[in-house]
Write a protein that binds this ligand. Structure first.
Ligand SMILES: Nc1ncnc2c1ncn2[C@@H]1O[C@H](COP(=O)(O)OP(=O)(O)OP(=O)(O)O)[C@@H](O)[C@H]1O
Length: 637
């Protein structure tokens, strides 16, 4: 019978828990030219900390503390030596270990895990080290026989596919009565050396589903999980057996479909990728809070990683991030996810079996799943090694005292709720002030324009000359395409662009929709001014209140640049707004705002405002009311 023995019981030492170590790796800038122009949005502060601009308030930065921070210059060897090598000896003691690379697409996960021939990554280095450790044990002549085997699978579009025996068959994930996770039919290939591993791994890697997206020429479209199993069997009585499993996981990247340019199948793949990563984050949340059911079953990925997260494994998560401004929100999300994962506590335990009739029977049953595909296993059968799945039992309950200590730490790290609230209030107050100033400026300019209309033509011409004299004025006149009088007004009325750059870190400031100085088509100006638009109650879905311009051609009355600007602003709020920001949009109430946040979490950013129609309950008609209400409210305020 399988016995779970706590490490402390085996070693006789003090009770220890092992938490998931979290490392963050920043990849170098890919385009040096871009680096000079835009600058990085994130930077390291020390060997464990980094900072990123706070998008809510660009005068602040958010600082994060992790177990390790690897800057752009960090080599593959340093990553391996400091984060991965230390956990590998546990495999030879019947414990599990897991290394997984997380992060947005194109941030360097595959580089970290697989690397290149010149710069091999974690996978080849770790497998080589496992063989070295086993050889050392064998040389020392202990009482154990060791065997090493591998399985390699990918989760593509929520299907589990065998990469060692490629087929389109979706393998089922089963759980036995001891809550071990099994995959009947998955190939287990015995390995005799590192070279042997290479022979099987390289062609299998080519079976992995990759495709080109706008952001990454060879983007991984699946989660790849390599499983290395070390089994040891005692030669003498009582013939104990231990199994240690090493999971090496290259997760597919979280994707922002606006930037990946995904469509059709790519979009579907992306949906599956984001959904499983979303579930992964829910699992992490649930483990951290220590309450409720942990939703491992909600995705294949989390089901397979069940014993690596919150379970028995010694885990390290390497979060890969990119420095470019265009990755800002992906980086921000990845860092927050990583900060959550840091709070998980794993309690390692040894999986040990004592050879008996019962265990022998069970081992034969499990072997039945994959014996046909393993000719090399015969070599090891000579050593009379019976396979025993080494999956751990139910995940150890996270100790509440540790959790509360860690949660308190998180609170400190992320800033207290009070502080957050004050910051939000400050932002709202600043926005209101800005709106007020813009309104005043607009009134003032309208007055000037009226006075201007009463000035004799000659005087107007002189004034125009003044504008035309300056280069800037020339550009403005050219841009607006309006008669001189209007042009002059619009040029002056253009709101000062808010400084978006904070040196040395830079980020574009996200603004909630604010009234801006707008350019009406001349014919529309008087009519718009006369119209009375109903106030839409802030944060409520006022479906009954419609603007009185006709539904169909209202856009044709507006200048295209104004329309574009308004749409851009709406899109910006949709993609970056908080729940509160979203509720400032016309016709978006609490429910819709939450649906938008949920959609964003799963699918990434909206490519265009029309994407809103993909959200449940937003029909074509409702969308057209939404767009009309929001554009017009921006203009009329
Ligand atoms: N630390 C690094 N040093 C040098 N180049 C790197 C580093 N990290 C990533 N790169 C390069 O950046 C590009 C994207 O990296 P990679 O393919 O590993 O990203 P990814 O996160 O795995 O993306 P996806 O999820 O789309 O597969 C590759 O050309 C890779 O060689």
């Amino acid at each position: 019978m399988a016995q779970c023995v706590a490490v402390s019981d085996v070693a006789g030492g003090s009770k220890r828990t092992s938490r998931v170590r979290v490392a963050v790796r920043l990849r170098p800038y890919m385009e040096k030219q871009d680096e000079k122009v835009a600058g990085a949005c994130v930077r390291g502060l020390g060997p464990k900390s980094l900072e990123i601009i706070n998008w809510r308030n660009s005068t602040e930065t958010l600082q994060y503390q992790f177990d390790v921070f690897y800057g752009e210059q960090t080599t593959q060897q340093e990553v391996f030596l400091t984060s991965v090598k230390p956990i590998l000896p546990h495999l030879l003691n019947g414990q599990n270990a897991c290394v997984f690379a997380y992060g947005p697409t194109g941030a360097g996960k595959t580089h970290t895990m697989l690397g290149t021939q010149e710069e091999p990554g974690v996978i080849p280095r770790a497998v080589r080290e496992v063989f070295r450790l086993v050889r050392v044990q064998e040389k020392e002549g202990d009482d154990w026989d060791y065997t090493i085997d591998m399985s390699y699978l990918e989760i593509y579009n929520e299907k589990v596919l065998d990469l060692l025996s490629p087929s389109t068959q979706d393998l089922h994930i089963r759980e036995d009565k001891d809550r071990n996770i099994l995959i009947p039919g998955l190939t287990h290939t015995s390995l005799s050396s590192f070279l042997d591993f290479h022979t099987h791994f390289i062609p299998a890697s080519l079976n992995r589903t990759t495709a080109s997206t706008k952001l990454n020429q060879r983007s991984s479209r699946s989660h790849a999980i390599l499983l290395i199993k070390v089994q040891k069997s005692q030669r003498i009585r009582p013939h104990r057996q231990q199994t240690g499993k090493l999971y090496l996981v290259d997760l597919a990247g979280s994707e922002d479909n606006r930037r990946t340019g995904n469509q059709g199948l790519r979009l579907k793949e992306s949906g599956a990728i984001n959904l499983s990563l979303f579930t992964l984050s829910k699992v992490v949340d649930s483990l951290n809070s220590g309450v409720g059911r942990v939703p491992y079953r909600d995705s294949k990925l989390t089901r397979l990683l069940q014993d690596s997260l919150g379970g028995s494994a010694h885990s390290i998560m390497i979060t890969n991030i990119a420095p470019e401004q265009k990755y800002y929100f992906d980086t921000f999300t990845a860092l927050n996810f990583a900060a959550k994962s840091k709070l998980i506590v794993n309690k390692p335990f040894v999986r040990e079996t004592v050879s008996s009739t019962e265990s022998g029977k069970r081992a034969r049953q499990e072997q039945g799943y994959d014996a046909a595909t393993e000719p090399q296993k015969k070599r090891f059968k000579e050593r009379q090694c019976k396979e025993q799945e080494g999956n751990p039992g139910p995940h150890s309950p996270v100790r509440s005292s540790v959790l509360s200590r860690l949660l308190a730490l998180e609170k400190l790290m992320m800033g207290s709720p009070e502080r957050e609230r004050l910051n939000l209030l400050k932002t709202v107050a600043q926005s209101r002030e800005e709106i007020q100033k813009l309104k005043e400026k607009q009134v003032e300019l309208e007055k000037k324009a009226q006075v201007y209309n009463t000035i004799p033509v000659k005087q107007k011409e002189q004034d125009q000359d003044i504008v035309m004299d300056t280069k800037k004025g020339m550009e403005i006149l050219k841009d607006t395409g309006l008669p001189p009088l209007h042009r002059k007004q619009s040029a002056a009325a253009k709101p000062k662009r808010q400084q978006a750059v904070v040196m040395p870190l830079q980020v574009s400031q996200v603004q909630t929709i604010q009234p801006c100085a707008v350019v009406f088509k001349p014919s529309l100006c008087p009519s718009l001014k006369q119209k009375q638009y109903p106030e839409v109650v802030d944060g409520k879905e006022n479906l009954g209140k419609e603007f009185s311009l006709p539904d169909t051609d209202w856009e044709s009355h507006l200048d295209t640049s104004v329309l574009e600007k308004s749409r851009e602003k709406i899109l910006q709020v949709l993609n970056s707004g908080t729940l509160k920001d979203l509720k400032t949009l016309q016709l978006i109430g609490d429910k819709k705002a939450k649906l938008i946040l949920g959609w964003r979490e799963v699918h990434g950013q909206f490519t265009q405002v029309e994407d809103l129609q993909k959200i449940e309950g937003i029909s074509v008609k409702r969308f057209s009311s939404f767009i009309k209400a929001n554009i017009l409210s921006t203009i009329v305020k």
